[in-house]
Design a protein around this ligand. Structure first.
Ligand code: PSV
Ligand code: MN
Ligand code: MN
Length: 389
């Protein structure tokens, strides 16, 4: 146990979680967007808020951007601002879901001119990567159809394959194209990338720089997500996670809030495959919005939830687990997971933070920092950013 604990501490020390710029804007549902005091007004302020999450947790050193929501004149200046605050720019998310022309699709559209526009948007995103030092281009395709027969499903896949090839050709050698999938929404009959299989088929056709992004909120209820994690790891194509939590659909709630056992099972597959190592290439990102809870503490809670699930997965007695599996000891094997999941890892994480010179409880450290009052007092003029801008 002491060995496991020491190894867990070492692995946790190296773990990083990437947080999204859009978590720091006002957000809501289609019914209402709620305003909050001190909300960031531009990408520079979003990065300042993200840096607070890193300052308190020590585990969130990168911020994902979303273009055009985070469009600025000088991306070098934005990256320098991030570096000054101790963080770096992470994945660049493209956006294919806000233009009128994309009503019937973007990368799958029957009209080449519209497809070209969607591809050109990715050229802009690659320029942002070059200017900020980002290596991940993340593509979530909102395309799909609402009615059977509305369009030719296969022709749409063929057009998509062609568009993706053109985007892939824009990448520099150290870049990756991360392809996300989602079962439904904004279209409800057939999404053009509805599942991990479709993402994977396209990644395999493109080449080694293409990897799948698994957003935990993008599956049918009762999908065994850790099975998908295992399978993508097996074939070396798990590029990243978009972590969040759901009850009903793409709820974008705090990761681990609805089903911490599921998050633990996911992290267990990661640890089992030795894929937690920073050089495994898996980018552990959050994709969340905070509608009613305060945003910076919401991100802090999310980071600590991922750390807790990871710590528990690291504490699984794998020797005992594998021996029980080999012996066909069903309850022994299941018990090895349950024992680790039942462990209170908060003291271990407090020790981790203290050994790095941080406060043991990041949530309290943030509350005591006075930052929330400061931004509420300072950010008075201008328009607060919202999810989507
Ligand atoms: C789509 O639902 C998604 O999960 C994609 O990752 C987007 O980039 C993100 O949400 C923000 O819209
Ligand atoms: Mn996502
Ligand atoms: Mn989503």
């Amino acid at each position: 146990m002491t060995d496991l604990r020491a190894a867990a501490l070492q692995a946790l020390r190296a773990q990083t979680i990437e947080i999204p710029s859009w978590a720091f804007g006002n957000s809501g549902t289609r019914f209402k967007v709620f305003g909050a005091p001190g909300v960031a007004r531009d990408p520079f302020e979003k990065i300042a808020d993200a840096a607070q999450v890193h300052a308190c947790t020590g585990a969130a050193p990168r911020v994902s951007l979303h273009i055009p929501w985070d469009r600025v004149e000088d991306y070098g200046k934005l990256a320098a601002h991030a570096a000054d605050l101790g963080v770096a720019i992470g994945a660049i998310n493209s956006n294919l879901f806000q233009d009128d022309e994309y009503r019937l699709g973007s990368l799958t559209h029957a009209d080449t001119a519209i497809r070209d526009k969607a591809i050109a948007h990715h050229a802009e995103c690659v320029e942002v990567m070059r200017a900020t030092g980002s290596t991940d281009l993340k593509l979530w395709l909102p395309d799909g159809t609402n009615y059977a027969g509305q369009d030719d499903l296969r022709a749409r896949q063929d057009r998509l394959a062609d568009s993706l090839q053109q985007i892939y050709a824009l990448l520099d050698p150290g870049h990756r194209l991360l392809i996300e999938y989602k079962i439904y929404e904004p279209y409800f009959y057939a999404m053009d990338i509805p599942d991990w299989g479709t993402s994977l088929v396209h990644c395999l056709a493109l080449g080694d720089q293409a990897q799948v992004v698994l957003d935990t909120g993008h599956h049918a209820p009762s999908t065994n997500i850790e099975f998908i994690v295992m399978q993508l790891l097996r074939v070396g194509r798990l590029g990243a996670f978009d972590f969040n939590s759901r009850y009903y659909g793409d709820d974008d709630l705090i990761v681990g809030s609805a089903d911490p056992f599921q998050l633990f099972r996911i992290m267990n597959e990661i640890v089992e495959a030795d894929a937690l190592r920073p050089d495994s290439g898996i980018n552990f990102m959050l994709d969340q919005c905070h509608n009613i809870e305060p945003k910076i503490p919401g991100q802090i809670r999310s980071v600590t939830n991922v750390q807790e699930a990871t710590a528990k997965a690291l504490l699984v007695d794998r020797e005992a687990l594998h021996a029980a599996q080999q012996a066909g000891d069903v309850l022994g094997a299941h018990g090895a997971l349950n024992d680790a999941f039942a462990t209170d890892v908060r003291p271990l994480l407090a020790e981790l933070r203290e050994s790095a010179g941080l406060a043991p409880d990041p949530y309290r450290a943030y509350a005591a920092s006075g930052y929330a009052d400061r931004i509420a007092a300072e950010r008075t003029g201008g328009t607060p950013a919202s999810w989507g801008a």
